[in-house]
Design a protein around this ligand. Structure first.
Ligand code: KG4
Ligand code: ZN
Length: 348
């Protein structure tokens, strides 16, 4: 029987303090997330200083709860023996102060308990977040990462071998959702708010532009966002009627969805890849999931449970496991462990 390796995944790159224990990259033993949404809501977006302070306040309880496989219950001391073999932590991309908190917590645990520590790229975490619950899914596959900070179409050739086919040239898809939500007075985070209201609206009410950028696999969402700005400027009465706001939500969402789906399916056909993985916070979107599901016969489209689409510790535990396997013989140098707020997805 192969050896069981349990990885503690720690994720603090943005506004969720998260930790999880994952066995052999596929089996979730615990998953704890302390959301900071209520702290940032009054400001309409994530405030970096508030985020790092909140990580400091909840990191110990979250990690403790994950190690015990339960929800946070306060500031109990860490167990005498750490029930994991490896500690994986997000080292970028993300907010500098937030990343540093996770890294220091991971470093402290690794030093005290003498466990190996593995640095994980947040985007690699999203790419592999689909693996728990999918015992047979292995690279190669095509992945669409759609989050608050990134929109990237990635050919996952193998674990640790990623070829970025295209990315957004301006706003990320989630960023567009958040900005449009703000314009419509729906607050933060915008994606779930638009998703809910769009269900009551007409996706054909407003013909917003679709930027297909025919010269490759890149995306662009800033033109669509500007089109929403002009539409609201020309029709200010919309904001007074919930049904009309719902129509704008549905029409905006339809424009984002159509571009994401058509480009991803076209790339899968061109590369002859049957498996498509949707990941990142926006992949929780109902319309996007439904639109991809229509292509299910020809392409096997994989979406994780919504809780694994947004930031979490499981994805870091999964990516950390595969990274540990391919680098188990060497210890990570201090350089590899330094945090980098702009870290790109790379092969390492
Ligand atoms: O992956 P994630 O949790 O954090 C980053 O790595 O950025 O993604 C957060 C983004 C936010 O922009 C949020 O509005 C969006 O994901 N999001 C959604 C939905 N749930 C979260 N966007 C559309 N529909 C949703 N249901
Ligand atoms: Zn993320």
């Amino acid at each position: 029987m192969s050896k069981i390796i349990r990885v503690l995944g720690i994720e603090t790159s943005c506004d969720e303090t998260a930790a999880a224990v994952v066995e052999n990259g596929r089996h979730i033993l615990s998953n704890v997330v302390a959301s900071q949404v209520s702290l940032h809501q009054p400001y309409g977006g994530v405030v970096p200083e508030i985020a790092s302070r909140a990580h400091v306040e909840s990191a110990q309880a979250v990690v403790e709860a994950a190690l015990k496989g339960q929800a946070p219950r306060g500031q109990a001391p860490f167990p005498k023996t750490l029930p994991v073999d490896v500690i994986a932590v997000t080292v970028g991309p993300g907010l500098m102060g937030s990343l540093l908190v996770g890294k220091v917590v991971a470093e402290m645990l690794a030093w005290i308990y003498q466990k190996p520590m593995v640095p994980v790229n947040h985007l690699e975490g999203h790419l592999l977040s689909i693996l728990p619950g999918n015992p047979d899914l292995e690279p190669p596959f095509l992945a669409l990462v759609v989050s608050g900070g990134h929109t990237e179409l990635v050919h996952v050739l193998d674990y640790g071998r990623y070829h970025i086919l295209g990315r957004t040239r301006d706003d990320a898809a989630g960023e567009a959702f958040d900005k449009v939500s703000k314009l419509l007075g729906l607050g933060y985070p915008g994606g779930p708010a638009i998703d809910r209201l769009a269900a009551k609206g007409n996706p054909k009410a407003v013909a917003f532009p679709r930027a297909f950028l025919a010269d490759g696999w890149d995306f662009s969402f800033s033109g669509l966002k500007t089109a929403v700005v002009y539409h609201l400027r020309d029709h200010p009465e919309i904001l007074a009627t919930k049904k009309k706001v719902a129509d704008v939500c549905a029409s905006f969402q339809a424009a984002v969805t159509e571009v994401l789906v058509k480009k991803t399916i076209a790339a899968a056909e061109k590369l002859n890849l049957r498996h498509i993985v949707l990941c990142g916070g926006v992949s929780a979107n109902t319309a996007l999931r439904e639109a991809f599901a229509e292509h299910h016969k020809k392409h096997r489209v994989h979406t994780a449970a919504p809780a694994l689409c947004t930031d979490n510790g499981v994805m870091i535990g999964v990516a950390g496991y595969y990274k540990y396997l391919r680098s188990a013989k060497k210890r990570f140098s201090p350089d590899a462990l330094s945090v980098d707020s702009t870290l790109a997805l790379k092969n390492w």
